[in-house]
Design a protein around this ligand. Sequence first.
Ligand code: FES
Length: 129
Amino acid sequence: MYTDKVMEHFRNPRNMGEISDADGIGTVGNPVCGDMMTIYIKVKDNNITDIKFKTFGCGAAIATSSMVTELAKGKTLEEALKITRGDVADALEGLPPIKMHCSNLAADALHAAIEDYNKKRKAEKEVKT
Ligand code: FES
């Protein structure tokens, strides 16, 4: 039911873990299946220099988390915000239709981490001015 690419990322997830001094953190959950995903980012000069994920979920959720971190690493924040659920599924050479919602979590968690970073940066600026 899964492509080789999905299985490979599931068995060998990239960038799994936590960043203790992350610049942005995004957590999303799917109320239907109960799966949860957190993405941590480090940002320098508007680029995502490091990214990690922690996922409590199905195999597809782990594979999509792993893939979204690979897609976003080294990208600018604007480029990373453009990564869609479809991009994640395409990069994994497809997901079974019943598992497409798992790729939503990955893109949504990435976007939430970037929004968190932007919010914190805005708050810092306001404190300084
Ligand atoms: Fe819920 Fe995959 S079954 S994220």
